[in-house]
Design a protein around this ligand. Structure first.
Ligand code: SAM
Length: 257
């Protein structure tokens, strides 16, 4: 059986057993092959935009003797799906902004019909994904942050639920942070940093945001060298952002999981 990376295994572990899965942007189709080999899922679709990765996915399916249960399709995002063809959609290894564009296009064209579960691993721009989920009424069920080969990844699990709006309100309530900030500012921080990740802080989370702070500090230094008034405005904005992030980090209790 295929051995997945820690990142792909985290995604696999979130998928509800027996669900039919569509993995969008599947490249070598490692995740769907694992899901079929392990018996976790009965069938899968691997969607790929580009020819090279699509052929690699086809070869992986054929080599594993799974071509009858793993359909590899070439196309843009969720366009490869027919309504009610998948219970779970996974999208991993691309930016959060592209991911939310793919989800929105899928939503407006009805391709998400029948899909009950999303497992998403944006490489950057996780906030864009959380905002899309909130706007389209998905319940944020859980999140994981992990470090592998020097990189930090976030995995987001969302499901359909009748009371998603009510539950999300509780999930995105930042009062647990005990920071003296307005509610919308706290919610924006939770959207950016992950409401579950902040409630169960892992050392990878602190590492990620300490590194973000370093980048912002460097930008502020560059801006200080400019005499343009816009640069001063930008620097003030970045400094305010840094103060918020530092405030959050200071009130987190981390353990070494
Ligand atoms: N999902 C795999 C993983 O996480 O290991 C592969 C990630 S790879 C970095 C991203 C893949 O998404 C590439 O193979 C790329 O061709 C594909 N891709 C990019 N935009 C896409 C789109 N709009 N629709 C489908 N696939 C897309």
């Amino acid at each position: 059986m295929i051995k997945l990376s820690k990142r792909l295994q985290t995604i696999a572990d979130y998928i509800t057993p027996s669900n039919r899965v569509a993995d969008i942007g599947s490249d070598h189709a490692l995740l769907p092959v694992y899901l079929l080999q392990s018996g976790k899922c009965p069938s899968a679709i691997a969607g790929e935009l580009n020819l090279g990765p699509m052929l690699a996915a086809k070869k992986q399916a054929a080599d594993a003797g799974l071509s009858d249960r793993l359909e590899v399709r070439q196309g843009d995002g969720l366009a490869v799906l027919a309504p009610d063809e998948a219970d779970t959609v996974t999208i991993a290894g691309m930016g959060g902004s592209l991911m939310s564009d793919i989800l929105e296009a899928g939503y407006t064209s009805g391709k998400l019909e029948g899909v009950k579960e999303l497992v998403l691993q944006p490489n950057v721009g996780e906030d864009a994904v959380r905002i899309w989920l909130l706007n389209r009424g998905w319940l944020l069920k859980d999140e994981t942050i992990l470090e592998e080969d020097g990189k930090i990844y976030e995995v987001i699990h969302a499901v359909l639920s009748d009371d998603a709006e009510k539950q999300n309100e509780v999930i995105y309530d930042g009062s647990f942070l005990q920071l003296d900030l307005e509610k919308p500012t706290l919610t924006a921080l939770l959207i950016r940093m992950g409401p579950y990740l902040l409630r169960r802080p892992h050392e990878a989370l602190v590492k990620k945001w300490r590194s973000e702070l370093q980048k912002l500090e460097w930008i502020c230094k560059q801006l200080s060298g400019s005499e343009l008034p816009e640069s001063a405005v930008k620097r003030d904005q970045f400094q305010a952002e840094m103060k918020l992030i530092e405030g959050v980090l200071n009130c987190l209790q981390t353990d070494k999981r």
